[in-house]
Design a protein around this ligand. Structure first.
Ligand SMILES: NC(=O)C1=CN([C@@H]2O[C@H](COP(=O)(O)OP(=O)(O)OC[C@H]3O[C@@H](n4cnc5c(N)ncnc54)[C@H](OP(=O)(O)O)[C@@H]3O)[C@@H](O)[C@H]2O)C=CC1
Ligand SMILES: C=C(/C=C/[C@@H](C)[C@H]1CC[C@H]2C3=CC=C4C[C@@H](O)CC[C@]4(C)[C@H]3CC[C@]12C)C(C)C
Length: 870
């Protein structure tokens, strides 16, 4: 209390610039200070200006705009932190709320893409018993900064770079996004963009009609009323950094944060390790930076609890003997698979060397003789007695996951095992002519020393040219060149009647040329392919960039890492190679590569990393280190880079050999790696095979680039599989509609990554044990795959057919277009000779009866019955 009779006020300008009123003669109590009234500017030093509340007297500290640029008296707009129980930054005109950033959820201001931490700017929310305020800090001392509210109501962030600009530069205007508009999506609505709101999970639009008319302000209501018996029911938490949290947020997150009682209940139901959110009752500053992944998993659980439709906890599953078999499979792998693998790799290598010793002429001569044998073999077939035709390659030798039951039922085999030579590397035409069993390891061994490579080199050494063309092939360069089959300029095919034809995009067989990819060898037998070569350099300069946020942020970071704006082809920033690995729902590493010469790589200060050496860490784990050490760049010998995922089969190797990544194993036995996929398949038996179908997922989702955020969300919700592999690929608009094709009218949308002639897609590689299986819960793999396939159909996505499919025939032909394929099957006599592509993809042992039905169906052209997409 001030005793006025003894109080002599003094107005003093302190060295700090603070104008204060204090008692004369004493230096202690300050009764008024100008820093509490920061006019229109918020400075990074919170001693100078604050946005928030003094808790003892309820005083609010805010900034207010000037009347006009020349007139510093109080203007129309105020920028403040509102109110202490649900702090969000609000811009007001008079008493009307115009924009908001928040609410603050204990971690950051939800929904703000600008008000988030970055390496230079750290935004913070400070709470102690005296004050509650927002502050920001600049971590680089050479940068001065200020946040200003302009007379027109823009909240602007300026910097002054001491040694560079010497003037104030406007860096960002915070109230630029439509989601910042106050109550844009109403209660319980999440804002994505001006024209897109979503309800929180567990909620539904209050007026579907209004929402249908893009008027979202009515918000959402609960689908089911909650009983607030326990905290689980009361807590609806939806943590998304880019999405704007609802205006009325259904929990008092702050009361939870600040209430020890609630905290105790919350802690009890979040598993011990999941809940380490910065909830403390003592005074603490909460940095607005990405929380740990364990925090998020707690949040995610909370969010799931809100969704009453989804069962929160799946029932536990009892372990059965096959679980132990899978767990201890490494014993067979170490003592049987690895030694035989190594021997086989060595023998294959000798075979390749032998092939290389032969001249191209000799190889071509042998090729022609072998083609004649194939023609003869086809002519030997008695259609009324023999089964339908497929290659004699044993199902377990092929890399794919599908059951290949058609090779276990009656069929007519054609042996193509002699077709394993590179017939020519034509440096003038920049074409490699390869037989179908040439594999990726073999082709890179031959071409890379010439500074040449196939435009798309699939990563696993054992993948074959024939399989990648007739099936599906992709690599980190596919954002430039498309899929493996898109890089082929000519096919040599033996048709059903034994005729050999050369199909190119502009000869009489152009329809066949376009129909071959994805046809799984059901139009004819591929004898050779002429494939595009590109010039390369000795090293790949690879940048590893860690990214953080929610799955949508990660997806956007991936998109931004490589995708130029529509048709911006000369964009220097487009890398030669692109790949992103998502390690958990909140962290990923985006990798971009550029070819580099050996001179560049060996320049002083550059780091060369030969990732191919047997003792080196597995590539996916090496990339993950970027999450700890931050962005880094290194040079990898190009061939080693191409095959970076071979040694650990992406990350599948971790399950097969759990200690294979330990340093002692790598040094002692790493040279025996990788186990050959074919030998793993040969030794897995029916039980492990079924286990992989039921308790594991190996699937690729090919989705339009702009749908990657949705796809990641879907996988996270339905499967909880990590790491995920993201690899972009062009999907060309061809002169005719092939089995897979871009979305109609995509060019008009002018989306990031698209061009007028190709839509950018992404392979979301989903390989690993799903979260529920790790937790010992029930998981229905077949059902999950069925839902994945349905999701793909609904989102114009595609599923490569090397994987297990649960689609029925009708749905199969909804995913893929049958038009050209059907036409070619009839035109080139494949019907009744080759199996149908659906028949090959379908799981389930084929009985003789099924085979006969399938043969009959060949004649009846099954896709004719396919109904139109709904
Ligand atoms: N990075 C990537 O792109 C990766 C791709 N994969 C997948 O692996 C598969 C490739 O495995 P791979 O073992 O090489 O191939 P496969 O032996 O599995 O062959 C795949 C399909 O192509 C057909 N085919 C192969 N050669 C010929 C030919 N000469 N003439 C006609 N048809 C032929 C096969 O027919 P048939 O059944 O009659 O033998 C089969 O339907 C790809 O389809 C791909 O989806 C896997 C990992 C990575
Ligand atoms: C499609 C891509 C990559 C896919 C790989 C991750 C998988 C391709 C084939 C997969 C496997 C085949 C057979 C197996 C035997 C089983 O007993 C264990 C699992 C596995 C080794 C399995 C592992 C994953 C694959 C190698 C591209 C596009 C990235």
């Amino acid at each position: 209390m001030i005793h006025l009779e003894s109080f002599t006020p003094v107005l003093q300008l302190l060295d700090s610039g603070n104008l204060v009123i204090r008692e004369d003669g004493r230096n202690t109590t300050i009764f008024w200070e100008s820093f509490d009234f920061p006019a229109d500017t918020l400075l990074p030093d919170s001693k100078l200006s604050k946005l928030g509340w003094k808790l003892d007297d309820g005083m609010q500290m805010f900034i207010r705009s000037w009347k006009s640029i020349e007139n510093p008296s109080e203007g129309e707009y105020g920028f403040s932190l509102d109110p202490p129980e649900a702090p969000q930054l609000v811009l007001r005109s008079g008493s009307r709320k115009l924009f908001r950033w928040g609410p603050f959820d204990g971690i950051r201001f939800s929904g703000s893409s600008t008000l988030t931490a970055n390496p230079l700017l750290q935004t913070m929310f400070v709470y102690n018993f005296k004050e509650l305020y927002f502050k920001y800090e600049i971590l680089d001392e050479s940068v001065l900064s200020r946040i200003v509210i302009s007379p027109m109501g823009s909240v602007q962030y300026f910097t002054w770079r001491v040694n560079i600009s010497r003037e104030w530069n406007l860096v960002v205007t915070f109230n630029s996004g439509p989601c910042d508009n106050y109550a844009n999506c109403g209660n319980y609505g999440i804002c994505y963009s001006l024209s897109s709101c979503k309800c929180l999970s567990g909620f539904t639009p209050d007026s579907p009609r209004d929402w249908g008319l893009f008027s979202y302000s009515g918000g959402c209501r609960r689908k089911h009323e909650l009983s607030c018996e326990n905290i689980k029911d009361c807590v609806d938490f939806y943590y998304e950094s880019r999405e704007k949290r609802p205006t009325i947020f259904p929990i008092k997150i702050l009361s939870i944060i600040f209430s020890k009682v609630a905290l105790a209940s919350l802690t009890a139901f979040c598993s011990e390790k999941a809940l380490q959110i910065p909830i403390r009752s003592d005074p603490f500053p909460l940095p607005i930076s990405p929380p740990s992944s364990s925090t998020f998993s707690c949040y995610r659980n909370l969010q799931k609890m809100a969704d009453l439709e989804a069962p929160l906890v799946r029932p536990k599953r009892k372990k059965v003997w096959v679980d132990y078999f899978v767990q201890f499979r490494w014993i067979i792998v170490i003592f049987v698979v690895l030694p035989i693998s190594f021997t086989l790799y060595f023998l294959t290598y000798l075979g390749d060397v032998r092939s290389e010793w032969k001249s191209y002429k000799q190889r071509q001569k042998e090729h022609e003789e072998n083609v004649k044998k194939v023609q003869k073999r086809l002519k030997e077939r008695n259609p009324s007695k023999d089964g339908l035709v497929c290659t004699a390659r044993k199902p377990w030798i092929a890399v794919g996951m599908r059951n290949v039951d058609y090779k276990r039922a009656r069929h007519f085999e054609v042996d193509l095992s002699a077709f394993r030579n590179i017939l020519e590397i034509d440096q003038e035409r920049m074409i490699a002519k390869c037989e179908p069993l040439v594999n990726m390891g073999q082709i890179t061994r031959a071409s890379v020393p010439m500074n040449l490579a196939l435009a798309v080199v699939a990563e696993l050494d054992d993948l074959t040219v024939g399989g990648l063309i007739n099936g599906y092939g992709i690599e980190g360069s596919s954002h430039l060149y498309g899929l493996f089959s898109d890089t082929v300029v000519a096919y040599e095919i033996v048709l059903a009647d034994g005729q050999v034809v050369r199909a190119t995009k502009d000869n009489e067989y152009s329809d066949l040329f376009y129909a071959i990819p994805w046809s799984q060898g059901t139009l004819g037998l591929l004898m050779s392919a002429e494939i595009k070569l590109i010039p390369i350099k000795e090293y790949m300069k690879l940048t590893y960039k860690p990214v953080r946020g929610n799955v949508r942020d990660l997806a956007q970071a991936y998109i931004d890492s490589f995708a130029p704006d529509f048709d911006d082809e000369n964009n220097e920033k487009v890398p030669d190679f692109v790949e992103t690995m998502i390690y958990n729902p909140h962290e990923g590493v985006c990798m971009t590569g550029k070819y580099a010469s050996k001179e560049e790589a060996k320049m002083k200060g550059n780091k060369i990393n030969s990732v191919g050496w047997w003792f080196k860490p597995w590539f996916y784990q090496h990339a993950e280190t970027a999450l700890k050490k931050g962005e880094f760049v290194e040079y990898i010998p190009t061939r080693e880079y191409y095959h970076r995922h071979t040694r650990c089969l992406y990350w599948e190797g971790k399950l097969i050999l759990p200690f294979g990544d330990q340093w002692w194993f790598r040094f002692l036995f790493g040279w025996l790696m990788p186990p050959k996929v074919s030998l793993l398949k040969a030794t897995q038996g029916e039980a492990i095979r079924n286990y992989y179908h039921e308790m594991h997922v190996i699937q690729d989702m090919l989705v339009p680039l702009y749908k990657v955020p949705d796809a990641l969300e879907w996988v996270d919700r339905e499967m909880e599989i990590y790491p995920l592999w993201l690899c972009p690929h062009r999907l060309y608009k061809l002169p005719c509609k092939t089995m897979i094709y871009p979305e109609e009218g995509f060019e008009q949308e002018r989306r990031q990554g698209d061009t007028s002639y190709a839509q950018m897609y992404t392979d979301v590689g989903v390989y690993y044990t799903p979260g529920p299986v790790f937790r010992g819960e029930v998981f229905d793999g077949a059902d999950a795959v069925r839902r994945l396939e349905t999701w793909l159909i609904e989102n114009h996505g595609f599923q490569p057919q090397y994987a297990v499919s649960e689609l029925d025939e009708k749905k199969f032909w909804r995913m893929f277009d049958a038009g050209l394929y059907e036409k070619c099957r009839n035109k080139y006599g494949a019907v009744g000779t080759f199996m149908s592509v659906y028949y090959k993809s379908k799981k389930g042992r084929k009985t003789e009866k099924e085979v006969q039905e399938a043969e009959k169906a060949q004649v009846d052209t099954p896709y004719a019955e396919v109904d139109q997409p709904e």
